[in-house]
Design a protein around this ligand. Structure first.
Ligand code: SAM
Ligand code: DTB
Ligand code: SF4
Length: 329
């Protein structure tokens, strides 16, 4: 039922629709497949911060840039579990753990496995994002009970090489395949506002919608400009390069139409988005957010601002599993 044969021309035609028509169609698709008043709450924790050998042009954690972020060692398991307990108490459904690695090292795996087992035992869904995985590593995480793995395509295949030089788009696709083959659900998305063109945004949505199976979760981040990173400096020095809210909502709407059963997560950049812009994103089919006042290294809207927004918009926290996982059972 879910189309994975979208052409770029079809995705382009969505972007070219009058804005209100695009949002209306996305809202229809959303209602046909999911409960449109439910929004999933996820919490992030950086379990290994900074000092990353990759050179992603947007990232505060790359050792190649001068963001000034202090590198830290892998957290101990108990500290991760207490952060997870706090997230659960705050109403979060999923706990996502991120590490600034190119890929996990063998010596780190026992701790990572203990984190997955411990967080899962609290009744939370587990997600990890640790960089590239080979088949064996994906299987180890699956055996530990990992529910989701986040690994982003970030942009179109053409723009990707302008964003990161230490790995290729194909490397990203290979890890996604290893995660899928191990039976772990996929969380995959990208960043809007890195200086890419409309055609790159079309290529990005097209890449997600033509994966062999749509990601269960799609993250849509707005670039958080970080001083000292190439893309952060570019945006801070050229405010005109900022993608406006209407174009951002178009990306959400096109992703919703192309991947009707996926969860679409409004991710980084929400802190500086107006309530009206966020409401438009929810209207266009976004149905997941990161909660709490911190993402990995940057700020987030915070629980009280989100509770107020949900009350204003009549939204409620989702409790069930993601539709694609329910359908697969
Ligand atoms: N190291 C792992 C990796 O890259 O796969 C996981 C962590 S990485 C920080 C996760 C994702 O966060 C990136 O793929 C990127 O899409 C997003 N991200 C990182 N820095 C960002 C920023 N400044 N603004 C928006 N999104 C960002
Ligand atoms: C994703 O697409 N966004 C999240 C999650 N996956 C791991 C990360 C956002 C990071 C924002 C920048 C920071 O806090 O360092
Ligand atoms: Fe490293 Fe991930 Fe940041 Fe890239 S996005 S520099 S891989 S932590």
């Amino acid at each position: 039922m879910l189309r994975t044969d979208w052409t770029r021309a079809e995705i382009r035609a969505l972007f070219d629709l009058p804005f209100t028509e695009l949002v209306f169609r996305a809202a229809q698709v959303h209602r046909a497949h999911q409960a449109a008043d439910e929004v999933q709450l996820c919490t992030l924790l950086s379990i290994k911060t900074g000092g990353c050998p990759e050179d992603c042009g947007y990232c505060s954690q790359s050792a190649h840039h001068g963001s000034g972020l202090k590198a830290e060692k892998l957290m101990d398991v108990n500290s991760v579990l207490s952060a997870a307990a706090e997230a659960k108490a705050a109403g979060s459904q999923r706990f996502c753990m991120g590490a600034a690695w190119r890929s996990p090292k063998e010596r780190d795996m026992p701790k990572v496995v203990a984190m997955i087992e411990g967080v899962k035992a609290m009744g939370l869904e587990t997600c990890m994002t640790l960089g590239m995985l080979d088949e064996g590593q994906a299987r180890t995480l699956a055996d530990a009970g990992l529910d989701y793995y986040n690994h982003n395509l970030d942009s179109s295949p053409e723009y990707y090489e302008r964003v990161t030089s230490t790995r290729t788009y194909q490397d990203r696709l290979d890890t996604l395949e290893n995660v899928r083959n191990a039976g772990v659900s996929v969380c995959c998305g990208g960043i809007v506002g890195m200086g890419e063109t409309r055609e790159d945004r079309i290529g990005f949505v097209h890449a997600l919608a033509t994966l062999p199976r749509h990601p269960e979760s799609v993250t849509v981040n707005a670039l958080v400009p970080i001083r000292g990173t190439p893309l952060g400096d570019m945006l801070a020095d050229t405010p005109m390069a900022r993608v406006d809210d209407i174009e951002f909502v178009r990306v959400v709407a096109a992703a919703r139409i192309a991947c009707p059963m996926s969860m679409i997560r409004l991710s980084a950049g929400r802190e500086s988005m107006s309530e009206a812009a966020q409401a438009l994103c929810f209207m266009a089919g976004a149905n997941s957010i990161f909660t709490g006042d911190k993402l990995l290294t940057t700020g987030n809207a915070g629980d009280s601002a989100d509770a107020a927004l949900f009350a204003k918009l009549g939204l409620r926290a989702m409790e069930g599993d993601e539709p694609m996982r329910v359908a697969a059972e």
